[in-house]
Design a protein around this ligand. Sequence first.
Ligand code: ZN
Length: 390
Amino acid sequence: MLILHDETTLLHDTVELLGAKLIPAQESPARIKAIVDAVKHSGNHELRTISASEEDQKTTIALAKANHKPEYIEHIQNVFSQWLKEGLVEAHESVLPECFRLQNVANAKLRPPKDIYARAGYYAFDMSTGISKNSWQSIVASANLAVQAALLMAEAPTNSKNPFQQNSPKLKSVLALCRPPGHHCTGSQAGGYCYLNNIAITITTFRQFTHSQRLRRPSNPNFASVSTLKFAILDLDFHHGNGTQEQFYMDPTVFYTSIHGQDEFPYYTGAASEQGPSNSPAFGTNLNLPLKTGSSFEEYLAKLHIALSAIQQFGADHLLVSLGFDTFHTDPLGKFQIETQDYKVMAKTVRAMLKNLPAVILLEGGYVVDRLGENLLSFLAGWEEAEGAS
Ligand SMILES: [Zn+2]
């Protein structure tokens, strides 16, 4: 597997309020270090370490604006330096919000508070998403990995009739070691360790790239098929990807399905009844498969088959996987009975059922640092076994 990594993703280092305790965030640089070490040690995969150029960063931020409000992005970028300047935070500390958005009984229009101190709560929905001195650099580097993964795959063949995607016949899948993760943040609120939605930015990149190709070749008779690319998102993190669901809830060309802990973080989303807006072409393109905490791997596999059959039926051109390892049985934030060898079966099942779909896999959660490497390698072994058999 081709694995994309950027060392800048290690700079983000923050704190979170968990229960009544302010602790170093469980979403830590050590997670990526552990994975990179394991991948290097295995020698079975191509680890490509990249560094976002200034141009790449500009492109990534421009693409992110299709998925996030510009004023939110500006806030994430600048809030730490503004707090530092005002003496609200020390250089080694993190910005955490105090007061979140409130419904106003008078139905007054929500607007960001003028006070930079208060604004932190306007652009966040929890206290696990601190912003420290170098967070912005890592956030952009993480999203850039998603962009680069999409650009690589956009040149690989798809099962669509896209005439511009036939240049790299060997590349079927790519994994990006995104950090911070992305599936929880909304268009204008950070949360669940997430700041920019990497999966959404991947889709924006595919669309943008395809669009620019189309402009270059307007006379091509097949270009109509290019503009209607369909995407399937399989969210395997323990937690419901509320942010990704929100991004594509109204979009009939993107199918989102998630297997996640029932009644777990982020608590207010993830019900099976959230299927897309009724009386709309997007109805049925959102499939939530909540699973009771403590469920066995067999119970998980039953849900996975439902998700994969639904993706087959949808008929996507690209597969995007939000890959979280907080489904692991000892994870401090997850509660399924899934063990290292099960990830191999999980991945093999996914790839066997969706073997013709070019796939971009992005890292989300997973907090048992010393088992992350072997869990990822187990997943990749199953994935490649199924891919090799296709
Ligand atoms: Zn998670």
